[in-house]
Every structure is written in structure tokens, then in C-alpha cells.
Design a protein around this ligand. Structure first.
Ligand SMILES: NC(=O)c1ccc[n+]([C@@H]2O[C@H](COP(=O)([O-])OP(=O)(O)OC[C@H]3O[C@@H](n4cnc5c(N)ncnc54)[C@H](O)[C@@H]3O)[C@@H](O)[C@H]2O)c1
Length: 364
């Protein structure tokens, strides 16, 4: 009898807790308490990636469906009119989460109080230009933007560099924005990561969301090393190594790597313009996972400042497998590296060291 009474009491208590929770939830939603808006800067916003990216941010694809945003867009004087057109379109789209838009050619106004900076603007390589000339143009752009972010962005600002040479632009930014924590400066290799997932899914005829844990090591250039050695695929009988399911080591060491490395060039050939939709979508993926966290047991590729992991020289911005939690990334440790991978990873470090020297020579 006593047991029955205590079970009855527990049900009453549970019922009260449930009802109180419902009441609090109702009051909360009727008060319409919204999160504070997050201010996101997109540079080069009049360009093709910018045009694809800003509506994704305004729709909540980057920071979630309940996160209001204010978008700052920066471009150069020659693109001011086009930039204003993008602003008009953002207003016309009536995005519920969009709480403000700034379109400017003033770097200080653009950088003021931003919580997230996505740097897409840069100087493209034109016919007849030497590598050093392009590097020199971008080094001076990234130095100026670093100084503005250093002085005017929110102190915890997270930075994602998309514009090429992405790793080295991020390195310059790190150098000239000392008040921004080193861990907050990253570059985009998520597009390459997503391309690698796509190639495995096509090869195995499985859905891309069933493939995970590929890695892009190194530079966002055609030297990058797409590595499927640790990737897994969800099957009816559990997760299986991608290498086992593909069962074709030659393909993984040749065609798979080449296709991912050369995918940007293939898209330019097909579209006569470089990738924009997939680049914008990957930039959203990068920031979303960084801010909101990677799913348990899953890593993604991000260009981050090396802490010496896997023998990569400290301080280089190098793409690693990372997991993210509470707004912080950590390099996935303890992965076995075979001789084939070692060679490719070292080639990337060497290329990035050379880019670094070239960039520094442009500063002098
Ligand atoms: N990391 C990646 O995965 C990845 C993928 C695709 C493209 N990219 C790179 O992204 C960059 C942008 O590509 P896009 O296709 O949008 O190019 P785009 O030429 O269409 O747009 C670039 C925009 O940047 C602007 N810009 C130039 N200098 C600027 C400055 N100092 N401040 C602000 N804006 C400036 C230009 O006016 C232009 O509107 C390129 O460098 C491209 O190589 C990187």
C-alpha cells in the first residue's frame, strides 16, 4: 500500500514539473524574448560568393533558425553600386532573422563590432601577373583589414578567410591583428572536405550524409592532400571504413585525390566562373560547426594555426581534422599517418612555408 502511495506521489510531482515547464515555455514565447543579434561581416560581398553567401546567413543557415543577425558588407569603391544592389535585394527578401544591413566601402565601418568576419574579398590573379604580384596585392589588403579588425571588431571575433591564397591571407591577418586570439583566425578548406565526401558518396552510391571523417591536410591549393584513410560510411550493419567499402586503393591514391584537388578548375571550365554556391555553403558549414559544435564522433577540416601536431611547423595556417565544442576547435589527435600520407602532408607544409616567405618579402 505504502509503495502504491509513493508511486502515486511521484506521478503527481512529475505532472507538476511538466505543467510548470509548459507554463514557463508559454510565458517565454509570449514575451517573444529573442537572442541578441550576431553581427557578421562579409567582405567582397558584391562578388559571386558574397552574393550566394549573404542570403544563407540571413536565412539562418549559418547560425541557426533562432539566431537574429546583422550583416555588414564591404567591397571596394568600384563595386559600391553593385554592393548597394545586394543590400536592396536583402531588404526585398524580408528575412525575419535579418535585423540590419550595412553596405560600405569603409573598412572601419565594416569591421566595427563584428562578431564573425568572413573575408571573401581579394585580388584575383589576372593574365600576365606573376605569383608575387598577386601575393603582394593580397598581403596589403589583408594587412589593412587585419588592422581594422584588430581595433574595431568585438574582442572575441571569429575570422574565416575564404579569399585566395586563403591560408597565407589568414597568416598575414594573424600577424597584424594581435588582439584577436590566434585560435579565432581560420581559413576555408571545408569546400575541399565536402568535395571529398561527395566523391566517396558517388563512388559507393550512398548518400553523402552517410559518409564522414575524410580529411583535407594542408593548403587550399592543388597541393592539398585529401585523405580517406580514416573515413567511415554508415551501412545497415554499422559504420564501416570507407577504404574497405571502396576496396580500390589505387583509386583512393590517384583519381580520388586528383578529382578533389582539381575540382575548382573543373568547375571554372564548366561554368566559366569559379565555384560560388558550394563555396558559400561550405563557409556556412565551417562557421556553423565552429560555433554550434561538430556532431559526436565526427570531425571536419579547417585551416587553423598549427600547434605542431602531426609534425606541422608551429604557427602555419594548415588544414587539419578538427572537432568543435562550445565555440572552440581542437585538432583531432592520434590518427595513424602512413608513409604515403606523410609525404603529402610534408609537401603541403613546405609549400606553405614558401608562401609565407613570399608574403613576408612582399611586406618589406
Ligand atoms: N577557400 C576556398 O575554398 C575558396 C573557394 C572558392 C573561391 N575562393 C576565393 O574566394 C575569393 C572570392 O571569389 P569570388 O568568386 O567571389 O570572386 P569575385 O571576383 O566574384 O568577388 C570578389 C569581390 O571582392 C571584392 N574585393 C576586391 N578587393 C577587395 C577589398 N580590398 N576589400 C573588399 N572587397 C574587395 C571585389 O570587388 C569583388 O566584388 C577569391 O579569392 C577566390 O579565389 C576560395
Amino acid at each position: 500500500m505504502d509503495g502504491f502511495v509513493s508511486i502515486e506521489k511521484s506521478f503527481v510531482v512529475l505532472g507538476c514539473v511538466y505543467l510548470s515547464w509548459k507554463i514557463i515555455k508559454h510565458i517565454w514565447s509570449s514575451l517573444n524574448l529573442e537572442k541578441d543579434p550576431v553581427t557578421v561581416l562579409v567582405t567582397g560581398a558584391a562578388g559571386q560568393i558574397g552574393y550566394a553567401l549573404v542570403p544563407m546567413i540571413a536565412r539562418g543557415e549559418m547560425l541557426g533558425p533562432d539566431q537574429p543577425v546583422i550583416i555588414h558588407m564591404l567591397d571596394i569603391e568600384q563595386a559600391a553600386e553593385a554592393l548597394n544592389g545586394v543590400k536592396m535585394e536583402l531588404i526585398d527578401a524580408a528575412f525575419p532573422l535579418l535585423k540590419g544591413v550595412v553596405a560600405t566601402t569603409d573598412v572601419v565601418e565594416a569591421c566595427s563590432d563584428v562578431n564573425i568576419a568572413i573575408l571573401v574579398g581579394g585580388f584575383p590573379r589576372k593574365e600576365g601577373m606573376e605569383r608575387k604580384d598577386v601575393m603582394s596585392k593580397n598581403v596589403s589588403i589583408y594587412k589593412a583589414q587585419a588592422l581594422a579588425l584588430d581595433q574595431h571588431a568585438a574582442p572575441d571575433c571569429k575570422v574565416l578567410v575564404v579569399a585566395n591564397p586563403a591560408n597565407t591571407n589568414a597568416l598575414i591577418l594573424k600577424e597584424f591583428a594581435p588582439s584577436i586570439p590566434e585560435k579565432n583566425i581560420t581559413c576555408l578548406t571545408r569546400l575541399d572536405h565536402n568535395r571529398a565526401l561527395g566523391q566517396i558518396s558517388e563512388k559507393l552510391n550512398v548518400h553523402v550524409s552517410d559518409v564522414k571523417n575524410v580529411i583535407i591536410w594542408g593548403n587550399h591549393s592543388s597541393t592539398q592532400y585529401p585523405d580517406a584513410n580514416h573515413a567511415t560510411v554508415k551501412t545497415f550493419t554499422g559504420e564501416k571504413p570507407a577504404t574497405e567499402l571502396v576496396g580500390d586503393d589505387k583509386w583512393l591514391k590517384t583519381e580520388f585525390i586528383d578529382t578533389v584537388q582539381q575540382r575548382g578548375a573543373a568547375i571554372i571550365k564548366a561554368r566559366r566562373m569559379s565555384s560560388a554556391l558550394s563555396a558559400a555553403s561550405s563557409a556556412c558549414d565551417h562557421i556553423r560547426d565552429w560555433v554550434l559544435g561538430t556532431p559526436k564522433g565526427t570531425w571536419v577540416s579547417m585551416g587553423v594555426s598549427s600547434d605542431g601536431s602531426y609534425g606541422v611547423p608551429q604557427g602555419l595556417i594548415y588544414s587539419f581534422p578538427v572537432t568543435c565544442d562550445k565555440g572552440e576547435w581542437s585538432i583531432m589527435q592520434g590518427l595513424k599517418i602512413d608513409e604515403f600520407s606523410r609525404e603529402k602532408m610534408d609537401a603541403n607544409a613546405k609549400e606553405l612555408m614558401e608562401e609565407k616567405s613570399l608574403a613576408y618579402s612582399c611586406l618589406n
